[in-house]
Design a binder for this molecule. Structure first.
Ligand code: ATP
Ligand code: MG
Length: 363
């Protein structure tokens, strides 16, 4: 049996989008179906979402169920994966507190993802401490479950590096206790960091440039048709550019050879389409239509599955409650090992009590 333990999470700051799908969700389902794993933990990072939404708890609360429905709709199966809610596991907060002593402020300030996100959210001088330290809390999430593999998008690379540093420092000081995780990035380059429909570097719930997994066909089409392409490609006959052209990046992420026979028999491959576009003479509208057909076909079964799960919301909460209970047991076990290693286990250590009695009885 495989000894791989997988863990990943998503912030409940909105419904999940196609960037999450290609960047992480699809891989999770593949892992789940491969059965080459010991455990697959998937969690809704509500505590982390609050770090930059502290004045909007209702947003986080509403999106917990949305994300859970998205998980089920892409095929994550609670019989095979453990789905849980972060805030309901206080052991994670406790672990973060101890990890904070292993990281310097300047190390956190150097984290490129945190830097970009601070700027994106307009925090500048008013960064909440909790947001600033979220890489530490992520290290707690990963290590609490002794995760060996973490399938995420490229933006999470600095978090994994930070986690590995914490694990090494902890094990060096307190003895071998924690497990070093490995990042698992998407194999396809276009999926590492899917851009927004507006051409911005990253599709992100917080930027409002998303195509959601649960998008209705009409909205999906509208979003695709108004996508950012190449500002220099004004007339059909102008040569087009692929660099920074979101429509082509999405095609790189979603297009498969069989799509041509089905939706665009004029071309045999994506390379042919690209060549024609670059030469000039191929209009954006035609390419967008093709992309729309592909996305409609990909998202339809997801939307239908979601509709079925939406019919029984209490069952979804019950599934999360069970998953959370199971996950909490695992985290509690790790925390007790951590506390023993850190010498802060006073009441379950008979040896300690005997030693201290001896010390005071025979000074
Ligand atoms: P927020 O704007 O609230 O941070 P987000 O859209 O960045 O939301 P997260 O919940 O932070 O989503 O990320 C969940 C997972 O999805 C992470 O593994 C992240 O790397 C991956 N991911 C997020 N956006 C993209 C994207 N555009 N392309 C590829 N992977 C992505
Ligand atoms: Mg994010």
């Amino acid at each position: 049996m495989s000894d791989k333990i997988y863990l990943t999470g998503d912030r409940p700051t909105g419904r999940l989008h196609i960037g999450h799908y290609v960047g992480s969700l699809k891989r999770r389902v593949e892992i789940q179906e491969s059965e080459d794993y010991k455990k697959l933990f998937i969690f809704i990072a509500d505590a982390q979402a609050l770090t930059d939404n502290i004045d909007n708890p209702e947003k986080v609360r509403q999106n917990v169920i949305e994300v859970a429905l998205d998980y089920l709709s892409v095929g994550l199966n609670p019989e095979k994966s453990t789905l849980f809610i972060q805030s309901q596991i206080p052991e994670l907060t406790e672990l973060s507190f101890y990890f904070m002593d292993l990281v310097t402020v300047s190390r956190l300030q150097r984290n490129p993802t945190v830097k970009t996100e601070i700027h994106m959210r307009g925090f500048d001088a008013s960064i909440p401490v909790g947001f600033f330290t979220y890489p530490i809390s992520q290290a707690a999430d990963i290590t609490a479950f002794k995760a060996t593999h973490v399938p995420v998008g490229e933006d999470q690379k600095p978090m994994l590096e930070q986690t590995v540093e914490i694990v090494r420092r902890f094990n060096y000081i307190y003895g071998n206790t924690l497990v070093e995780p490995k990042i698992v990035l998407p194999q396809n380059n276009a999926c590492l960091r899917l851009p927004g429909t507006d051409g911005k570097a990253k599709m992100s719930k917080s930027l409002g440039n998303c195509i959601y997994l649960s998008e209705e066909p009409k909205e999906l089409k509208q979003k695709v048709m108004s996508m950012y392409t190449d500002p220099l490609h004004i007339h059909v006959e102008d040569p087009g550019h692929l660099e920074g052209n979101s429509v082509f990046t999405y095609l790189d992420a979603f297009c498969r050879p069989e799509h041509f026979a089905e939706f665009w028999p004029d071309y045999a491959s994506l390379d042919e389409v690209k060549e024609h576009y670059q030469k000039g003479g191929l209009g954006d509208m035609k390419v967008k239509k093709f992309l729309n057909n592909i996305l409609q076909a990909e998202l339809e079964p997801i939307r239908n599955r979601r509709a079925a799960f939406e019919k029984d919301i209490p069952a979804v909460y019950e599934m999360l409650r069970k998953g959370t209970e199971e996950a909490r047991n695992v985290a509690a076990q790790t925390l007790s090992e951590v506390k023993r290693a850190m010498k802060i286990n006073y009441f379950d250590d008979a040896e300690l009590i005997a030693e201290q009695s001896k010390r005071f009885q025979n000074p």
